[in-house]
Design a protein around this ligand. Structure first.
Ligand code: ATP
Length: 354
């Protein structure tokens, strides 16, 4: 089912007064109820884009539509947008209940209605038993849930979250990134979520927009971002990947990628042509140790083990194939000696050529 477009960003650019170009010609459609994650390295423009969508920052060019209505002239308080930042800024002297009720009191909502609403949010966020506590009596994760409940109380149409888990420790972050994704999905609210953490992005997003130097390099599902990166930046930024320089060559039965130490069939649908210089990418999980016995099936190469690092559940192996270094993982039981020649099988179907 195709969902209605909720937010449409057309040719947005942003130049700060000091001349810093933070955003260049950004185009992006976000569907109703979608969780879109803006992912990229520090300084790539994620927060600036989020803040521009929310109206906290003025754009330099382009248009932003909420349900086909251009919102540039709509002040932030009238955009019906809720913000959740890294720093929750809960009111320290108020209880959880009072923190959540704050925005509703400002809006002069009737007392009984406030109470009803806060009760239902406490329940939804599993905070009932903490309702009368002060923020300092709560864990980081609980505080974060209060911050979200406080934002949801005012019933925003859009939730904008800027690194909401960054301040938390690793364990809690892992737990909350799953919980938060489930909660946002249950609410069905349109959400834009900024992070530089790939795992967070992968587990929360319906789609990820990977940003670099003020542009969006690719917008896709987490699975496609991982398996079919469209640019060298995305291939390199997401997960671990082998990159080998290669050249497209034509063979008897089609187009091949010559990596120096082996020729692999070109990925189907590639736009590359014979003679093109390319970067060929293969994930470590697509390289498999096949032992020292001769094996003629598949695309097998010989490589010399240079490093074998114990990782607990597996070994990380770096090996030399021709003039190239490749890395892959082998299970715990497989013993590889440094300097040993090993045979590894390359899963050519997973080859990415850019
Ligand atoms: P981080 O993950 O570190 O928060 P980010 O991807 O969110 O990074 P932004 O904060 O959007 O990046 O910044 C994008 C670029 O704009 C950076 O080069 C930053 O230094 C610059 N920038 C941000 N705010 C301002 C400002 N008020 N004035 C001038 N330059 C700014």
């Amino acid at each position: 089912m195709t969902r209605k477009t909720h937010i449409s960003i057309k040719h947005i650019s942003k130049v700060f007064p000091d001349g810093t170009r933070a955003l260049h010609d950004i185009n992006l459609d976000i569907a109703e109820g979608e969780i879109l994650v803006l992912l990229g390295p520090s300084g790539c423009g994620k927060s600036t884009l989020l803040r521009t969508i929310g109206g906290l920052e003025q754009k330099s060019g382009g248009d932003i539509y909420f349900y086909n209505k251009e919102v540039s002239q709509v002040p932030v308080e009238d955009r019906n947008v809720g913000f959740v930042f890294q720093n929750y800024a809960l009111f320290p002297t108020m209880t959880v209940r009072e923190n959540i009720a704050f925005g509703l009191k400002l809006r002069k909502m009737a007392k009984a209605e406030i109470s009803r609403k806060v009760d239902s949010l406490l329940e939804m966020m599993e905070l009932v038993e903490h309702a009368e506590k002060k923020p300092r009596q709560l864990s980081g994760g609980q505080q974060q849930r209060v911050a979200i409940a406080r934002v949801l109380a005012i019933e925003p149409e859009v939730l904008l979250l800027d690194e909401p888990l960054t301040a938390l420790d690793a364990k809690l972050k892992e737990y909350l990134r799953i919980e938060l994704g489930q909660m946002l999905r249950k609410l069905g609210i349109t959400a834009i979520y900024v992070t530089h953490d790939q795992l967070e992005a992968m587990s929360i997003a319906d789609r990820i927009a990977v940003m670099n130097l003020g542009v969006i390099e690719q917008v896709d599902t987490p699975e496609r971002i991982y398996s079919s990166p469209k640019t060298d930046f995305v291939a390199d930024f997401i997960g671990r990947i082998n990159c080998v320089k290669g050249k497209m060559v034509s063979g008897a039965d089609g187009l091949f990628v010559d990596l120096g130490f082996i020729q692999l069939p070109a990925p189907s649908g590639t736009e590359k042509r014979a003679g093109d210089e390319v970067n060929a990418y293969l994930r470590p999980e697509d390289i498999e140790l096949v032992g020292t016995k001769a094996d003629n099936s598949g695309h097998i190469i010989q490589a010399i083990a240079e490093q074998c690092i114990f990782m607990g559940d597996c070994y990380h192996v770096v090996a030399r194939a021709g003039n190239e270094e490749i890395f892959f993982e082998v299970p715990n039981g497989a013993r590889i000696k440094i300097g040993e020649t090993v045979q590894v099988k390359l899963n050519a179907e997973k080859l990415i050529v850019l």
